[in-house]
Design a protein around this ligand. Structure first.
Ligand SMILES: [Fe+2]
Ligand SMILES: [Fe+2]
Length: 306
């Protein structure tokens, strides 16, 4: 990130700077992209000796309830939680694809950024299929955000303008990134889940680069008042994305008492601190972009991101 920004500062914000970044992303995508249909082991039966996420990332890890669970129950819980995160990922990737497609509607197709945007949409399309197959292999039902959140997402993807869209995309991608980096390296996690996370981490690092660039680009020259509004909208989007990641239905599907699990998960300081530490870099970026206003900070605090 620094090198590109440094260059931009030296050269002034010429369109060719943006082109350079987009071209680099296109090249990188040509060199290193995956076909999940071939790379992921879909054939081997699920081995229930494995977790779905690193146990430390479970919403119940560290609670009294967790201490009472057998190892097998803990593994079933993290497998359902992993499926829920993947399903919420699909929900968000569908929002994201539509926002990017809308943003580039009728723009110049010879612009590398245009071609990159379509490449990113194609990546997300493969990711969503991969997440769908992954959740099915984890023997999970369809996990979706609450109805009201689904409708808010529908509204957001229809009306969000570039600045808010790319910042929200960045938030979702960054939060997922830190978790998936942990899971892809963790030998306790099912091998096919690790492969899925690995593919996602590699391809998303380019998306995050683009989202950072676009966020800064679109915020240039935006008035202070408007920026305040954007910052708040982005934080609210982040709140709903993060609080929708693990569905409350995972507990029943893992054979647990939903009420008790939800209560203890909500009060779980360990989980909250995992979220906070994973968002440190993101918050630094939002701050540097002027999007960490007092109002937005309050929302991020409620979402345990700060
Ligand atoms: Fe993705
Ligand atoms: Fe992405």
């Amino acid at each position: 990130m620094t090198s590109v920004e440094d260059t931009r500062e030296q050269a002034g914000n010429t369109p060719s700077e943006r082109e350079t970044v987009a071209r680099r992303l296109l090249d990188s995508s040509e060199t290193l992209s995956y076909d999940p249909a071939r790379e992921v082991d879909w054939e081997t039966a699920l081995d229930t000796d494995h977790h779905g996420t690193s146990p430390e990332w479970s919403t119940l890890y560290g609670t009294a309830y967790w201490a009472e669970l057998t190892e097998a129950q803990r593994r079933e819980l993290t497998r359902q939680e992993a499926a829920s995160v993947a399903s919420t990922g699909i929900w968000f990737e569908m929002i994201l694809q539509q926002m990017v497609l809308r943003d580039f509607y009728a723009k110049d197709p010879t612009d590398p950024a245009f071609q990159w945007a379509l490449t990113e949409i194609a990546d997300e399309c493969r990711h969503s299929i991969m997440f769908a197959r992954g959740a099915a292999k984890l023997r999970a039902p369809a996990y979706r955000p609450r109805r009201a959140v689904v409708e808010l997402g529908r509204l957001f993807k229809t009306v969000a303008t570039g600045e808010a869209a790319y910042a929200a995309i960045l938030v979702a991608e960054e939060v997922l990134d830190v978790m998936q980096r942990d899971w892809m390296r963790d030998e306790r996690v099912a091998p096919f889940v690790r492969t899925i996370n690995n593919i996602h981490v590699v391809e998303e690092s380019r998306h995050m680069k683009f989202a950072r660039e676009e966020t800064l680009e679109r915020l240039r020259g935006v008035s202070r008042v408007r920026k305040q509004g954007i910052a708040l909208v982005v934080s609210i989007a982040a709140y709903f994305i993060v609080t929708s990641m693990v569905s409350r239905e995972v507990y029943a599907n893992a054979g647990l008492d939903t009420r008790r699990a939800v209560r203890e998960a909500r009060a779980n300081e360990h989980y909250k601190s995992m979220l906070r530490s994973s968002c440190a870099g993101l918050m630094e970026f939002l701050d540097s972009a002027g999007l960490l206003t007092a109002a937005a900070t309050r929302v991020y605090k409620r979402a345990n991101l700060i």
